[in-house]
Ligand binder design. Structure first.
Ligand SMILES: [Zn+2]
Length: 327
């Protein structure tokens, strides 16, 4: 199967990234395009299909030679490839896999982007894995995924493993989902924006963030700026990130208590920029929240390895697995 070619498609609110890989996940071509969600679902699907064609050009292969495509998108996705609700794309119940299948004339399998990213870490990460793996990805939001027995777990309702919306503080901050105290309300850029606004605008604390940000809002501070502020010792930014790490540890501890996984990986833009700084804080907090205490020794807390390509690679690996073992 390693000689066969696959496409991995990562559809996000700002861009579409496509990788063409061999069966082992080695990239042979890639392309990128703005996703332009304002053009509607069909417009985004057209652009995704074009991006696949461009990536094939870059790889010097025909679209017809691709065995299957995997697509990851920011929505819960049913086994038939329907995207139920992608708020930042403006999609509700759209036939994601089917629309791409029609355009690309090949088998297409769709998964939630963070599920895909988690599956990629499981199937293509450096270490050979067999046990349970949980992925937590901190960027604009907090996405998660769960692989058990070599398969993504999405529950009997196909909607499970939305780890970012597990409650970690019952009386906590409001979350974009309408609940309170979700993990995402603390451990994400959207969540940290609360801490920034409170400290800088309300308490008038000093921070280099306003200067670094220029006119951009606090809702989605670039990870590279968070890293710069951290390096310069900015107390407001360090506290917000430490709080994010603390709540990630609460979630990781609970997940260890529930599932006793072999591995939890931490990825996404914030960890790609600040992984070395944050991982020790996450570990310290996890230690306080896992039970029994000795269960900690059996779970490895690690940084994700696939970086920016995690979703595209994971979607490719997911398509490959579905092709091998249709379910
Ligand atoms: Zn929530």
């Amino acid at each position: 199967l390693t000689e066969q070619l696959f496409a991995g498609v990562d559809i996000g609110g700002t861009k579409i990234s496509v990788l063409i890989t061999d069966g082992g996940g080695r990239a042979v071509g890639r392309a990128k395009k703005k996703s332009k969600p304002e053009k509607g679902f069909r417009g985004v699907m057209d652009r995704a299909a074009q991006t696949v064609a461009e990536a094939c050009d870059a790889a010097g292969v025909d679209v017809g030679s691709i065995k299957a495509a995997g697509v990851g998108a920011p929505s819960p996705i049913l086994p038939n490839g329907t995207a139920i609700n992608a708020t930042n794309m403006g999609w509700k119940n759209v036939p994601l896999a089917e629309a791409l299948r029609e355009r690309l004339k090949m088998p297409v399998f769709a998964e939630n982007d963070c599920n895909a990213g988690t599956f990629g870490e499981y199937a293509l990460g450096k270490r050979q894995r067999k046990g349970t793996l949980i992925g937590l990805f901190m960027g604009t939001g907090l996405g998660g995924g769960l692989v058990m027995n070599g398969k993504l777990v999405t529950g009997d309702n196909s909607m499970a493993a939305e780890i970012g919306h597990m409650t970690v503080n019952v009386d906590g901050r409001p979350c974009g989902c309408g609940k309170r105290g979700c993990l995402e309300a603390y451990a994400s850029k959207t969540g940290m924006a609360y801490a920034f606004k409170e400290a800088i605008l309300l308490e008038k604390r000093e921070s280099i963030l306003p200067k670094l940000m220029e006119d951009a809002g606090y809702d989605n501070v670039r990870s590279s700026l968070l890293k710069r502020a951290w390096d310069e010792g900015d107390a407001v930014v360090r506290e917000a990130l430490a709080q994010a790490a603390r709540y990630l540890g609460v979630a990781a501890g609970n997940l260890i208590t529930l599932l006793g996984p072999e591995t939890i990986v931490f990825g996404g833009g914030v960890f790609d920029a600040l992984g070395k700084e944050l991982l020790p804080l996450v570990k310290a907090s996890t230690k306080e929240h896992a039970f029994p205490p000795q269960s900690l020794a059996d779970t490895s807390l690690e940084l994700a390895q696939l970086g920016d390509d995690a979703v595209a690679l994971g979607a490719m690996a997911y398509a490959r697995s579905r092709l091998l073992a249709p379910s």
